[in-house]
Design a protein around this ligand. Structure first.
Ligand SMILES: Nc1ncnc2c1ncn2[C@@H]1O[C@H](COP(=O)(O)OP(=O)(O)OP(=O)(O)O)[C@@H](O)[C@H]1O
Length: 476
């Protein structure tokens, strides 16, 4: 279990029961460290695997952790997100907590009810405004802030609310009422229900604490006050807690997450073992050096836990860091660079453009289409979940089936797409770059020919969306 670990990872893995804080930079093997720690303790019979609750940030990370533990021969560990763990707990204890009442339905998205609540509070909110209001409500609820406290708290946190704070507070209060009268709860309510179940029901608390005795929290720099409260409720004053995080990777502050819990962990948890993982196994020393140089600029509390990473891989080319004024300029710069590389002989398929969230693909797709650089969007399952994309795929399939062998496919595709409600001549964005994350019909597909059953060999890229006289509407 200890072979294949570096000295710092070994320290983390073998640290005794109690608070352990693993400060781990990107690519330093933190997943290896925490899975090995759980497995090592289980296999040396310090703990029983089914008493471990490992909380991850995403369902994908939870699945990864379970798979790695299974590969190490350890089953039975509960690896879940805060939401999944809370939902399971509330469902399990529903009969006791709800005293026979039905479990309320869980709202997948706040948007519809926020729009209703805004109307009730006398605030006119279009879709974008409703989304911004929903984010504000989410921030407040994750930060344990009630509607009556919102205005003061928002000012203190230097929020930039979409309306004046009193209006947001009114929408927030109305939202809570609308939700109650609709008999539904949102994700934050579910976490609150899990907290309330433990804090107010000693029998529930006892049963949960008997089940979960050892805790691991991944991405601890992005925990919000509501999640921390749930963690504290689970712990019930015990301290067998391993947290893993990197203050320099805090990315969810706008939703209420705070790296404060990670930063204060060594001070607040007596006897905490603190381990720093700084050997970066993923990137070349050149890339690691650039990352260090960027992170060195950090100021404030995060800077105290800053990690200086050491690249472990063979040397590679020097990366080129460029800074742009805004996202469209950055996307245009990336597209221009791609064009330049292709003109110099680099095959397009050897160029990758990476971005953090799927919503950002819009800016890049637009810039690449404008620069007439062929592209394929890959690995973004959610892209294919978009309503317009699902409609388009259905339409394309129908078109390939109904088009005669020798007829050009493209008009049939356009026709079929139009039948789905898409209007090629209608601009899809009033202000193209004003709202990051808005979806538009601007896409690229790689299709298998259903008519021949063969792969066409080249990807068919269609660009729709903003009509332009200089840009062909369809390219195949
Ligand atoms: N001690 C080690 N020796 C050699 N390679 C290692 C070691 N520890 C981790 N690695 C390699 O480093 C890479 C990152 O490991 P892992 O996925 O565990 O890291 P991580 O820190 O969880 O990653 P992330 O940056 O995504 O959070 C993997 O390819 C892993 O095999």
């Amino acid at each position: 279990m200890l072979a294949g670990l570096d000295p710092e990872q070994s320290t983390a893995v073998t640290a005794p029961a109690g608070p352990v804080c693993i400060l781990a930079g990107a690519g330093t093997g933190k997943t290896r460290a925490i899975t090995h720690r759980i497995a090592y303790r289980a296999l040396t019979e310090q703990i029983v695997a089914r008493h471990v609750l490992a909380v991850t940030f995403t369902a994908r990370a939870a699945a990864e952790m379970r798979a790695r533990l299974a590969a190490l021969g350890v089953g039975g560990v509960q690896a879940r997100t805060f939401h999944a763990a809370a939902l399971r707990q509330v469902r399990y204890f529903a009969a006791r907590l709800l005293e026979g009442r039905a479990m309320p339905e869980l709202l997948e998205s706040k948007a519809r009810l926020v729009t209703l609540a805004a109307a009730r509070a006398g605030v006119r909110a279009d879709r974008t405004a409703a989304r911004d209001l929903a984010s504000e409500i989410e921030w407040a609820k994750s930060s344990l802030i009630e509607p009556s406290e919102y205005a003061v708290a928002a000012a203190k946190a230097t929020r930039e609310p979409p309306y004046e704070p009193a209006k947001v507070a009114a929408v927030f209060a109305a939202y809570e009422q609308v939700k109650r009268s609709n008999g539904v709860i949102d994700f934050e309510d579910m976490l609150r229900a899990a907290v309330w179940g433990i804090e107010e029901h000693p029998d529930v608390a006892e049963q949960i604490r008997a089940q979960y005795r050892h805790f691991v929290v991944d991405e601890y720099q992005d925990v919000n006050p509501l999640q921390q409260r749930l963690l504290d409720a689970w712990l019930g004053g015990r301290d067998d807690l391993t947290v893993v995080g990197d203050a320099s990777q805090t990315i969810y502050s706008f939703t209420g997450a705070t790296s404060g819990y990670l930063i204060d962990f060594p001070r607040l948890r007596r006897g905490a073992v603190v381990v720093r993982l700084v050997r970066d196994y993923r990137s070349t020393p050149q890339v690691v050096g650039l990352a260090n140089a960027v992170i060195r600029q950090a100021r404030g509390a995060e800077a105290r836990l800053r990690l200086e990473l050491v690249g472990q891989r063979p040397a590679g080319p020097e990366p080129d860091l460029r800074i742009f004024a805004d996202e469209p300029a950055e996307a245009a710069g990336v597209a221009a660079r791609c064009k330049q590389l292709i003109a110099a002989g680099t095959p397009a398929r050897e160029i990758a453009v990476l971005f953090r969230t799927n919503a950002q693909s819009e800016a890049y797709e637009e810039a690449l289409a404008d620069a007439e650089v062929p592209y394929v969007v890959q690995g973004a399952a959610r892209f294919f979940d978009r309503v317009e994309i699902r409609q388009a795929i259905v339409a394309l399939r129908a078109a390939t089936r109904s088009t005669p062998e020798d007829a050009p496919l493209v008009p049939a595709v356009a026709e079929a797409l139009t039948a789905t409600g898409w209007q090629p001549d209608k601009p899809h964005r009033a202000a193209p770059h004003a709202s990051a994350g808005r979806r538009s019909l601007h896409w690229s597909l790689s299709l298998r020919s259903t008519r021949t059953g063969r792969s066409p060999g080249l990807s068919r890229s269609c660009s729709g969306g903003r009509p332009s006289s200089t840009r062909p509407r369809w390219r195949v």
